[in-house]
Design a protein around this ligand. Structure first.
Ligand code: BES
Ligand code: MN
Ligand code: ZN
Length: 504
């Protein structure tokens, strides 16, 4: 979808649909809308009076203008209560608009900047949230549908109208950012929506190759024999029963100064998690095609950083494997020697994410990173603890955790911290190796992070557990049913904020 900003009035702009926002419980029309209502013969006041349009969040009313103004249709959209407006509500309202416009078989529309009358919300952030919302709301995955009558077409264009030329530059910046975050999320969703018989480890490598065509991006791939040489026992151990050999992807973006320490992302990329010999039950096992969400989000983030030309050095690391049972599979009780040299007794082959991440985190130290962020659909315990609206966060550095809390608030993909006290390592002690890969019944999200901590060098580090938000049972304004790719915008917002302020 193409978004542009231009100076224009509501009563003078020709368009398929003109989108007009309204707050809940305010029957008096906004002054800026008066000329519009006059031209429409008082219809807007009427819709308010009758209660047909109340302005509740995501409420939509579509009317035809029949030549009263150059816009063919008017779409009223509710923003909820004025004092409760947030960037995320703006995003949601625009996701709803995208769906409603498509439903009307229209492919383009114009709109004002939603929420510009609210103190504390800047035009660039609002434009970012708007564009982001439209792209997310317009997401569909129809690659495997052969009946094209089912495939309704995506939107072509959105025009943001401003009344002052002084707003043009800021809105343009917001459009760029919103386009990048929205497209990145859709890209990550696509990767996770593709079934595991298509999105194999080698296919993930192909996707990384495409990204390496972006400016200042370099790709290195370690194949199994190279991994063996280095001693990546974790990735090899998880992937050893699969017909699709494991891979290790290194994607480097150099947008910052040479020699400047990079931000390193490590993304869990399990293209299918059957559980291995500790086989999962059949119910919802298909969701495990999305057990590569962390890796998909890291790829999407590097691509977005390159497209936005962020002045940062970034490394994306993806340990990629398919976790399968079989004659060659790792068995409960097997001991693996990891890249760091530490040994792990595998007591449950379904706790595989931490095994591949351990090698990813150990590899991260080679870059002498400014900070390390790993992101993973790591534990069912995360879902139990947080439900579907919060992302789990644990880490060793207060400042870095604060930066993620802040990026969470800005992006609407919010994180919640869990403790990571040394005492939790008790649960990971093994009788025969340096540690075991499961920590027993209590605190599953914490013991998984505690396991990862054993492989992190002396660098600021956060672990992001996205098992809670990874898959949605329903379609929501900006969240598609199935793989959500929630976390992508968190990572990109973290990078955007990192360019705004200097952090030490
Ligand atoms: N990929 C799963 C975690 C998961 C579960 C993500 C459901 C999304 C939805 C992970 O590899 C796993 O199987 N974890 C086990 C660990 C356990 C065996 C210690 C879990 O949480 O059950
Ligand atoms: Mn598992
Ligand atoms: Zn898994």
């Amino acid at each position: 979808m193409n978004t542009t900003v231009k100076q224009g009035t509501l009563t003078g702009t020709p368009t398929e649909v003109l989108v007009i926002p309204g707050y809940e419980g305010e029957s008096a029309l906004n002054k800026a809308i008066h000329p519009l209502d006059r031209n429409l013969g008082g219809q807007l006041v009427e819709l308010r009076k009758t209660g047909e349009f109340q302005g509740k969040l995501n409420q939509c009313v579509l009317i035809h203008t029949r030549g009263a103004i150059p816009a063919k249709r008017l779409l009223l959209v509710g923003l909820g209560k004025r004092e409760e407006l947030t960037l995320d509500r703006v995003r949601q309202a625009m996701g709803t608009v995208a769906k409603r416009v498509c439903q009307a078989e229209v492919r383009s529309f114009s709109t004002t900047i939603l929420g510009l009358d609210q103190p504390g919300l800047s035009p660039d952030d609002l434009a970012q949230a708007m564009v982001d919302g439209v792209i997310l709301g317009d997401y569909r995955f129809s690659t495997y549908r052969t009946d094209s009558s089912n495939n309704n077409k995506p939107l072509n264009s959105m025009t943001i109208l401003v009344d002052k030329p002084s707003l043009l530059a800021n809105v343009k910046l917001g459009i760029q950012r919103g386009t990048a975050t929205g497209e990145a999320t859709c890209f990550a969703r696509d990767l996770c929506n593709h079934p595991a018989n298509v999105m194999t480890p080698s296919r993930v490598v192909e996707e990384a190759k495409k990204i390496s065509k972006e400016k200042k991006v370099r790709l290195t791939v370690l194949n199994p024999s190279k991994m063996k040489q280095l001693g990546m026992g974790g990735v090899l151990g998880v992937g050893q029963a699969s017909q699709h050999p494991p891979q290790f992807i290194i994607l480097e973006y150099q947008g910052g100064k040479k020699g400047e320490k990079p931000i390193v992302f490590v993304g869990k990329t399990v293209t299918f998690d059957s559980g291995g010999i500790s086989l999962k039950s059949a119910e919802n096992m298909d969701h495990m095609k999305a057990d590569m969400t962390g890796g998909a989000e890291v790829l999407a983030t590097v691509r977005a950083a390159a497209r936005l030309r962020l002045p940062l050095n970034i490394v994306g690391l993806l340990p990629v494997a398919e976790n399968m049972p079989g004659g060659k599979a790792t068995k409960p009780g097997d001991i693996l020697t990891m890249l760091s040299g530490k040994t792990v007794e595998v007591l449950n082959t379904d706790a595989e994410g931490r095994l591949i991440l351990a090698d990813g985190l150990a590899y991260a130290s080679r870059f002498k990173p400014a900070c390390v962020i790993d992101i993973a659909t790591l534990t069912g315990a995360c879902i139990v603890a947080l439900g579907q609206f919060a992302i789990g966060m644990l880490g060793n550095d207060e400042k870095l955790k604060d930066r993620f809390r802040q990026a969470g608030e800005c992006s609407g993909e919010r994180v919640w911290e869990m403790p990571l006290w040394d005492e939790y390592f008790e649960q990971l002690k093994s009788d025969v190796a340096d540690m075991r890969n499961i920590g027993g019944r209590g605190g599953g999200m914490i013991t998984a992070a505690m396991f990862l901590k054993q492989f992190v060098g002396k660098f600021p580090w956060v672990h992001i557990d996205i098992a809670s938000t990874d898959w949605s049972a329903t379609d929501r304004p900006c969240i598609s049913k199935g793989p959500t790719a929630i976390g992508t915008r968190l990572l990109i917002q973290f990078l955007l904020n990192s360019t705004k302020k200097s952090h030490t």
